[in-house]
Ligand binder design. Sequence first.
Ligand code: KMT
Ligand code: NI
Length: 161
Amino acid sequence: MVQLYYHDNKDTEENFTDDHNSGIPVSVEELSELGVIYKHVTSQEELDALAKEREYKNRDQVHLNLETFKNDVDAYNAKMKQFYTEHYHEDEEIRYIVEGEGFFDVRNKGDKWIRAKLSKNDLLILPEGIYHRFTLTNKREVTAVRLFKDEPKWEAINREQ
Ligand code: KMT
Ligand code: NI
C-alpha cells in the first residue's frame, strides 16, 4: 500500500534509495490538488476500465533490477541517476506497480518534494508538466505497467540546475 510523505531532503548519491521519510504525512487529497492521482487497483478489470475511461490506448511492462542490466552495476546506476534527475514530460506519466517497489517524488506548489512510496497494486498518475523524479527502493526491483494515451515514449525535460 502506498506511503505518502514529505521527503527529508537528506539524500546523497549514496543513500538516495533509502526512504527519506521526514515524518510529515501527505494525504491523497493533498496530492490531488497538484493534479496527481493515486489509486489502489487490485484487478486487471479495474486497470482496463481506468485505461478505457481515461483513453490510455497503449501500455507496456517494464522490469527493472540489476539482472535486467546484465548485472552491469555501472549501467544500472547510470539509469537510476537518469530517473532520479528532476524532470517533466509533455504527457501524463502513468505507472501501475505489479511487483516490487519504487519511489516517485513530485514537487508541490511550494517546490517541496512529496514522496510516494509505491508497491504492488499502487497506481499513480502524474499530470503533464509536473516536476518529478523516480528511483527504486533498497529492494532494487520493480515490475510496472506504463500506460500511454498515444505512442509509448519517455522523453524527459530535465530541470535546469
Ligand atoms: C520513469 O518515468 O521514471 C520510469 O519510467 C521509471 C520506471 S517505471 C516504474
Ligand atoms: Ni518521468
